[in-house]
Design a protein around this ligand. Structure first.
Ligand code: ADP
Length: 253
């Protein structure tokens, strides 16, 4: 996309030539479009639970309901309010990560980070009867980074692995150092990701199956946050996945 400017050059009150300037504004336009898409996505995502909450509250106010129905309506309202809370937290986190260039200051021990997420993820694995295996060495090279963000990265990946793996499945977290990098792998034997969706899963609000993600409490922002954190740490993230077989996320820091 080019912005074109034309200027007429006059000499002794006569047209003597034209200057044409072209400026490539593709990046600017794309950024603008991304921002617009983001705002419209956010509005839509916020509106859906709100509309549902309003609907249920109106029914509760207008009708005499027996206590079973009454309580089930309250549960829906509570679930939708929680969804809103998750969504707002994720949006705030994403914007904080995107705008901060003040990180990468702390010395971070990834052994501590990986072990530190166990209390957060273990109960979720247990609830689904999923075996959570950790294979982390006693020592890893110290890296420069942001500990909270790296914990968040790990939690998001392991949360997803648990979410998208049926009961009785297995999630493995490995960490090791290789060629001056720290490698972290999160592997599950869950539902997998269709090949055609793999390139899009890091986009904001992209879900392979929107209804399923919603039901599982997803916001569609988890992997987008992961990707930003990896990039902030000058790392790379790769995905290997096979439908019905499982998924492996590999992060190199
Ligand atoms: P969500 O909140 O929907 O989980 P994410 O950004 O974390 O959003 O992930 C985007 C999509 O990628 C998910 O909706 C899901 O379809 C897919 N996905 C992520 N992790 C996995 C995984 N371990 N196994 C299968 N699908 C996954």
């Amino acid at each position: 996309i080019f912005r074109v400017r034309l200027a007429l050059i006059e000499r002794e009150e006569q047209a003597a030539g034209v200057v044409v300037s072209l400026r490539d504004i593709t990046d600017i336009k794309q950024l603008e479009q991304m921002r617009k898409d983001f705002v419209s996505n956010v509005s839509h995502e916020l509106k859906t639970p709100l509309t549902s909450i309003k609907g249920y509250v109106e029914t509760l106010m207008e009708s005499e309901l027996e206590s079973g129905t009454y309580n089930s309506f309250l549960k829906v309202i509570n679930d939708e309010a929680e969804r809103l809370e998750h969504l707002i937290n994720d949006i705030l986190d994403l914007s904080k990560i995107e705008s901060s260039d003040s990180l990468l200051k702390e010395n971070v021990d990834m052994v501590e980070v990986v072990n530190g997420i166990i209390p957060v993820v273990e109960p979720k694995a247990q609830r689904k009867n999923i075996i959570l295996n950790l294979d982390v060495p006693a020592k890893l090279p110290i890296i420069k980074g942001n500990k909270d963000q790296l914990s968040r990265l790990m939690i998001n990946l392991v949360d997803n692995a648990i979410k998208y793996t049926p009961s009785g499945g297995k999630v493995e977290v490995r960490s090791y150092s290789e060629d001056n990098n720290i490698v972290i792998e999160v592997e599950d034997n869950g539902i997998g990701i269709p090949q055609e969706d793999i390139s899009r899963i890091f986009e904001r609000f992209y879900r392979v199956n929107k209804a399923r993600s919603r039901k599982l409490g997803g916001t569609g922002l988890g992997l987008s946050i992961v990707k930003h954190i990896v990039e902030q740490h000058q790392g790379i993230i790769e995905v290997e996945s096979e439908l019905e077989k499982g998924t492996k996320f590999i992060v190199r820091l």
